[in-house]
Design a protein around this ligand. Sequence first.
Ligand SMILES: Cc1ncc(COP(=O)(O)O)c(C=O)c1O
Length: 423
Amino acid sequence: MAGFNSVDRDLRRRAEAVIPGGMYGHQSVALLPDDYPQFFASGDGAWITDVDGRRYLDFMCAYGPSLFGYAHPEIDAAYVRRLGQGDALTGPSALMVELAEAMVGMVSHADWAMFCKNGTDATTMAMMASRAQTGRKTIVLARGAYHGAAPWCTPRPGGTTAEDKANQVFCAYNDIASLEAAVARAGDDLAAIFAAPFRHDAFVDQAAPDPAYARRARELADERGAMLVVDDVRAGLRVVRDCSWEAIGVRPDLSTWGKCIANGHPISALLGSDSARTGAASIYVTGSFWYAGAAMAAALETLKLVRDTDYLERMQGLGERLRAGLAERAAVAGFGFRQTGPATMPLFLFDDDPDLRKGFCWSSAMLARGVYVHPWHNMFLCAAMTDADIDFALDAAEQSFQTLGTQANDLPPVEKLAFLTAR
Ligand SMILES: Cc1ncc(COP(=O)(O)O)c(C=O)c1O
């Protein structure tokens, strides 16, 4: 950790004593460059401020939840208004029905909605609903795709058993032959095929879905009487105002939502078509806070902005400008710099950078200039970003490519990512 972030350093020291490992999960900075702050004080619009008072243009958007910007006045006002009327009550408020109607109205394949808190709740419910609907056990998943952190799907083995991951067969994303082989292996026990809307795995280039792969997944599910599930927890509302595979003409039976549907307030959803309604109605799933009204009020306000504004087209325009500007600056500096994924959810990787030492150096240089980028995870744009923000990021990028240019030949190995080169 750099010397300037002394409040952060102190909080980390205290956290070591009272939080196992000091921090856990996707927001741990253990695998980020050493100068990345762990703790933040606030967010406003597209910017975040760390506990040492340093401000950054934030290309992570809380790992997705911030779609219209932090502390959005109308969305947060709706949330606070509902708090004044009671949040978690003995039963749901009318907001639950209104929100189900709004989501069903927005997402073409959906005939019904169930609400929960985290994306993992929604993906777990999708698995259970599929099994209940079909009376079968096996699910087909793409290797390396993230669907949450419950024992059945968490990417790390600690605390899980082989039984937790039973009844799963893996295929390679976008590889039709591999998908067909996985479905064949599931035999007559196939309950569901899970799909990310595009490949957004960490550490590797992102890939758009091959429409032929998506169509084949739909066909195979139909042939086998199984469910097709699109996990839109991460990409939802940043690709289209619908389920993301609607853009390529493929409709799932179930889709999972979370992260940004209430602009950062805690709520997620499982949406389904009538083909999955009986199964969904039969599973027992619940949580103390699942029916609380405030996040539902925030979601309704968020969906109103989704419907009534050009937020998506603006974000796409900003993303395209960022992409073109970065490509130009990287080329001038002489770096092979790969930008993959939708323009609203970019991932940056350098050529010839197996342990990401160039990526770490460039990202640290961006951070020092007030731009928070991630060296190996996809990023997120938000609708609070402006043309001036993109200009700011491009200026920082130009200088950061120069910084990298002066250091590229002498960069030390990134020890904490040694596993990337060992695999
Ligand atoms: C595609 C996808 N599915 C599921 C999840 C799990 O969501 P949550 O972290 O809210 O449980 C995530 C979270 O990053 C995700 O990206």
